[in-house]
Design a protein around this ligand. Structure first.
Ligand SMILES: Cc1cc2nc3c(=O)[nH]c(=O)nc-3n(C[C@H](O)[C@H](O)[C@H](O)COP(=O)(O)O)c2cc1C
Length: 320
């Protein structure tokens, strides 16, 4: 998620689930080709399995970028056909490509011709005045014929005229049934549903209709949710009994970042939502927000923030 996630966020989420597939924020094909690759594509081995999301609409550039990403070790390439921002529209990629299935198919075919890893597409139901029955099928059929290995559908339209990207994540109504119909029509194609899934129960219920689910904001804002993914979705043991144990297990990663000259806040900014809904959550956030941003902040700041939650829980149990 652009402006929110980065490699440290993913490393943190990986501590919470061994199995969830993690995605990078969108990186444009030209940035991959011409930009600072270590900054844009660098990731830690612990992040696997990890998909890189590309933005673009030039098949040649996307194929070049895909080759670079595959060589960097990504496990999957995902093409963004959902971002509604003006800048992205100006570059003729993202959600406006819902209007041009043939071009998206050419992009997918060009990438598939060059890389052996899966190439998937994340799209909307349609844009603006498109008929979602026609638009989604047209996009899906075109990219599948071009070799796409799966679809992730953000289950709402994007309105390219008049709504900001933020509004475009909430205002166009969700229509899960439309994604279910797509899946029913494409029994052999992996179809995942995204949009508005706030709890693991809600996400699990979707698996009666689709093959996978993608969590965006809920995963970022309440990462504790991820602690039960491995057991609930994959039938495996969860990596940690609770968030306290997960933070302890994450300490070596944080320590290595600090030892390499990085700042605590680079990492802890992604952890602010960890104890959401628990006593002490606010004190945890406040401690990280005030002490964690100091240049000299070390692991002791993270430990002290976690202690705020422990103390609040002890106080509550004494009162009870
Ligand atoms: C800050 C922010 C940045 C986002 N950046 C991307 C992005 O880079 N690529 C993408 O496919 N979707 C992006 N999204 C959209 C989410 O992936 C997701 O489709 C959307 O938020 C709906 O899912 P949710 O209700 O689970 O959050 C972004 C969302 C937010 C809030």
């Amino acid at each position: 998620m652009m402006d929110w996630t980065d490699r440290h966020c993913r490393a943190f989420h990986r501590v919470l689930s061994r199995r969830a597939l993690l995605y990078t924020e969108m990186v444009t094909a030209n940035a991959v080709i011409f930009g600072d690759r270590e900054r844009l594509l660098g990731f830690s081995e612990v992040e696997h399995p990890i998909a890189v999301q590309l933005g673009g609409s030039d098949p040649v550039a996307l194929a070049k970028a895909a080759v670079i990403c595959a060589a960097w070790g990504y496990d999957e390439i995902n093409l963004n056909v959902g971002c509604p921002s003006d800048r992205v529209q100006g570059g003729n990629f993202g959600a406006c490509l819902m209007r041009d299935p043939a071009l998206v198919a050419a992009c997918v075919a060009a990438m598939k011709a060059e890389v052996a890893i899966p190439v998937t597409v994340k799209c909307r139901l349609g844009v603006d005045d498109q008929d979602i029955e026609v638009a989604l099928d047209a996009l899906a059929d075109a990219v599948l014929a071009a070799g796409a290995d799966g679809l992730i559908v953000h289950a709402r339209k994007a309105w390219l005229e008049g709504l900001s990207p933020k509004e475009n994540r909430d205002i166009p109504p969700l229509d899960y049934d439309r994604v279910h119909r797509l899946k029913a029509r494409l029994p052999d194609v992996p179809v995942s549903l995204n949009g508005g899934l706030l709890t693991l129960d809600a996400a699990l219920a979707q698996l009666a209709h689709v093959d996978g689910v993608m969590l965006g904001r809920a995963a970022y804002q309440q990462p504790e949710l991820l602690l039960r993914i491995d057991s609930l979705f994959f039938g495996e043991e969860d990596p940690h009994a609770d968030a306290f144990a997960a933070v302890a297990a994450f300490e070596p990663y944080v320590a290595a970042h600090l030892a390499a000259g990085g700042r605590l806040h680079d990492i802890t900014r992604h952890m602010l939502g960890l104890f959401t809904g628990r006593p002490g959550a606010r004190a945890f956030r406040r401690h990280l927000a005030t002490e964690g941003v100091k240049p000299e902040a070390g692991l002791y700041v993270l430990r002290a923030a976690v202690d705020e939650v422990r103390k609040a829980e002890e106080r509550r149990s004494l009162v009870a």
